[in-house]
Design a protein around this ligand. Structure first.
Ligand code: FAD
Length: 410
C-alpha cells in the first residue's frame, strides 16, 4: 500500500470539494482531493443563484467563470395558474431588483463542464487532485479522524492528514459511517429529467436565460437553458405519484401541464434518456467531529425548487476551508472554530429548507403577506427576490425572518 501525508484530505470533487481544496491550497496548505469518477461527468444541479457571484469574488474566480460562456441568468419565472403556491399566476424574481448593489445575475451551467473547471482551478492553486480515487475507509485514531484509504487503478492507498473534509455529496461517507443522516419524510420526492437540443429562445414567452419553474397539482417542472441551443427539463413529484404511473408518462404529462414551458420547447429534440434522482432530502444534526467536517450535500440537501444546492455547497465549503485553515494555525481553537462552522452551516441550510417547506405547504404567499404588513410592496419584493437569489445567511431579510417565526420543519 502506498502511503502519503497532507494537511487536509477532501473526499469528492463536486463544487463543494473543489472549492474547499482551492481555498486551502490558496492559503498554502497541502491538500489532496480524491474524486472517485473521471471528469467530465454528468451531474444534475444546473441553475446557479446570484449570491454565487459574491462567492466567486471571494475565491478569485469571478473572471474565470465569466469567461466560460455559460448562459447568463437574470431571473427566475415562477408559474402557478392556481396562485396557491406562487403569486400572480406568473411571478418573475427579477434579480436586478435586489437593491444595494447586490449581484443582478448568475449563470446556468452544464455541470460536467463547471465541475471540471472548478477542479482545474483547485489543481492550479496547488491542490493535488486525483480522479478515479474511490475513498473506501475513514481512518480513526481513537475518536479522531486521521485520514482515509482509497483505491485507484486497482491499488490501495492511504493518506494521513490533520483534517478530513467530507464533500462526497449524497454518498455522505462520514454521515453514513456514523449513522448521522436523517431523511426528511415530508419531502420524499423524485425528479425525472432530460436534456433537449434545438432551443430557440424566441419561443420563450418569458425572459431569455431565466429558469422557469411551473407548479401543478402533482408536483412541479423546471426548464433551464444550458447554452444557446440546449435546455434541461425536469419534473419533480412525490414518490407516491410516480408509483401510480411510468417515468415516461409522468414526465410527458407533467411538462404538458405548463404551457409556458412547452412553448419554450417548440422545435426541440431530446438528446438524453430520462434520468431519475430519488431520496435527496436529508440532513444531519452533527456536521463536524474531531478531525473532520462535512460540506455541501455530504451534510444536507433539501429540494431543487429554489436552486440553492450549489450555493449552500460552495458557501459551506469556503467557510469550512477557512475554519480548517484557522484550526491548523491554532489547534487549541478547534472546538470553538468547529462550533462556529456548525452554526453557520445550519443557518444557511435552515433558511433554505424553510423556503422549500413554505412552497410545498402553500405558505409562501401568506409568509410574504405577513412580512408585507410592516413594509411596502417594493421593499417586500426586494427581500423576497434576495431570498430566492440565495440570501440564506442574512439576519435582516424580513421574509426569512417571517419564515423563521412561523415554521417548524424538523
Ligand atoms: P456533488 O456535486 O454531488 O459532488 C460529490 C462528489 O463526490 C461526486 O463527484 C462524487 O463522485 C464524489 N464521491 C462520492 N463518493 C466518493 C468516494 N467514496 N470517494 C471519492 N469521491 C466520492 N443545485 C443548484 O444549485 N441548482 C439546481 O438547479 C439544482 N438542481 C437539482 C436538481 C435535482 C433533481 C437534484 C437532486 C439536485 C439539484 N441541485 C441543484 C443540487 C445540487 O446537485 C447539489 O446540491 C450539488 O451538486 C452539491 O455539490 P457537492 O459538491 O456537495 O456534491
Amino acid at each position: 500500500m502506498e502511503k502519503h501525508t497532507a494537511d487536509v484530505v477532501v473526499i469528492g470533487g463536486g463544487p463543494a470539494g473543489a472549492v474547499s481544496a482551492l481555498v486551502l491550497a490558496q492559503q498554502g496548505h497541502s491538500v489532496v482531493l480524491l474524486e472517485k469518477d473521471e471528469f467530465p461527468r454528468f451531474h444534475i444541479g444546473e441553475s446557479l443563484l446570484p449570491y454565487m457571484m459574491g462567492l466567486f469574488d471571494q475565491i478569485g474566480l469571478r473572471k474565470t467563470v465569466e469567461a466560460q460562456g455559460y448562459v447568463p441568468k437574470f431571473g427566475g419565472e415562477f408559474i402557478d395558474p392556481t396562485e396557491k403556491k406562487f403569486f400572480e399566476g406568473v411571478f418573475r424574481a427579477d434579480f436586478t431588483k435586489q437593491g444595494d448593489g447586490r449581484h443582478p445575475s448568475a449563470f446556468q451551467v452544464e455541470r460536467a463542464k463547471f465541475d471540471k473547471m472548478l477542479t482545474e482551478q483547485a489543481a492550479e492553486a496547488g491542490a493535488q487532485v486525483l480522479f478515479g480515487a474511490n475513498v473506501t475507509e475513514l481512518l480513526m485514531d481513537g475518536d479522531r479522524m486521521t485520514g482515509v484509504r482509497y483505491q485507484r487503478e486497482g491499488r490501495d492507498h492511504e493518506v494521513r492528514s490533520a483534517y478530513v473534509i467530507d464533500a462526497s455529496g449524497r454518498a455522505g461517507r462520514i454521515a453514513n459511517r456514523f449513522g448521522l443522516r436523517k431523511t426528511l419524510e415530508k419531502l420524499r420526492m423524485v425528479a425525472v429529467f432530460r436534456h433537449y437540443e434545438g432551443l430557440d429562445e424566441s419561443h420563450n414567452p418569458g425572459v431569455e436565460g431565466d429558469i422557469q419553474v411551473g407548479a401543478h397539482d402533482d408536483g412541479w417542472v423546471w426548464a433551464i437553458p444550458l447554452s444557446k441551443d440546449a435546455i434541461s427539463v425536469g419534473t419533480v413529484m412525490p414518490r407516491d405519484v410516480l408509483r401510480a404511473t411510468t417515468q415516461e408518462k409522468a414526465f410527458e404529462e407533467f411538462v404538458a401541464r405548463i404551457p409556458r414551458i412547452t412553448a419554450r420547447l417548440t422545435g426541440t429534440r431530446p438528446t438524453t434518456d430520462l434520468k431519475v434522482e430519488t431520496d435527496y432530502c436529508y440532513h444531519s444534526d452533527t456536521v463536524t467531529g474531531p478531525g473532520w467536517l462535512m460540506v455541501g450535500d455530504a451534510g444536507c440537501f433539501g429540494d431543487p425548487m429554489f436552486s440553492g444546492g450549489v450555493l449552500v455547497a460552495t458557501t459551506t465549503a469556503f467557510r469550512a476551508a477557512e475554519t480548517v485553515g484557522a484550526a491548523l494555525a491554532d489547534p487549541t481553537a478547534e472546538d470553538h472554530l468547529f462550533e462556529k462552522y456548525s452554526n453557520f452551516f445550519k443557518t444557511g441550510y435552515d433558511t433554505y429548507i424553510r423556503l422549500i417547506h413554505a412552497y410545498y405547504d402553500g405558505e409562501l404567499v401568506s409568509v410574504a403577506a405577513d412580512a408585507a404588513r410592516s413594509t411596502d410592496r417594493d421593499t417586500l419584493e426586494k427581500y423576497l427576490v434576495r431570498l430566492i437569489g440565495g440570501d440564506f445567511w442574512s439576519e435582516h431579510n424580513s421574509v426569512a425572518q417571517e419564515m423563521r417565526r412561523r415554521q417548524e420543519w424538523d
